[in-house]
Design a protein around this ligand. Structure first.
Ligand code: SF4
Ligand code: SF4
Length: 181
């Protein structure tokens, strides 16, 4: 074996040792560092729902005390997740006997929340509801056998401006030069 080959042989050994040492240094440094990951769900410093962004779309909730039973959310849902049943002759009169949302089908598009006149249906940051059963993924907002009377929003006070507009007619509010069809 020539002298240059022997020299190359020992140089390779030195490089391999250096490389292993560098790798081990990085590994050891991680063993003493504070981890950046958290052990979910056992050791989170705060509930994860509190860490979700303000406008996150997680789980749908309906505030039944301000639901008018207008069915706009049901009609807006493109995949029929929402089923509202309204009974005309319940012991409480016209009332909802069912308001179910099938979250197993929901695609979190938010289309149901947009037309709601009272903001009754909205997303909440809760999302930890994994289940082995599809039935458990259905939220029931009216307890079985019960009825919820629809909310009636108070009529808006027309106020002075509204009264004046009614008295004077629409002509006063139309800008000059506008052509009415
Ligand atoms: S978020 Fe979309 S898919 Fe889910 S219930 Fe509302 S409209 Fe339907
Ligand atoms: S949740 Fe809103 S949109 Fe749906 S029925 Fe109730 S009031 Fe109407």
């Amino acid at each position: 074996m020539s002298q240059s080959a022997v020299s190359q042989y020992f140089q390779n050994i030195r490089q391999a040792a250096t490389s292993i040492f560098e790798g081990l240094t990085i590994t050891l440094s991680h063993m003493v560092r504070k981890p950046v990951t958290i052990q979910y769900p056992d050791k989170t410093p705060r509930p994860v729902s509190e860490l979700m962004p303000e406008r996150s779309r997680s789980w749908l909730k309906v505030e039944m005390d301000i639901c008018t039973a207008c069915l706009m959310c049901e009609n807006a849902c493109p995949i029929d997740c929402i089923k509202i049943t309204v009974a005309k002759d319940s012991p409480k009169g016209r009332a909802m006997s069912g308001f179910d949302i099938d979250m197993a089908k929901c695609m979190y598009c938010g289309l149901c929340t947009e037309p709601c006149p009272t903001g009754a249906i909205h997303f909440v940051p809760e999302f930890e509801r994994a289940s082995y059963s599809l039935e458990e993924m259905v939220s029931h907002f009216v307890p079985e056998g019960d009825y919820v009377v629809p909310y009636k929003p108070p009529k808006k006070d027309k106020g002075e401006e509204g009264a004046k507009a009614e008295e004077g007619g629409a002509a006063e509010t139309v800008p000059e030069g506008t052509t009415l069809n």
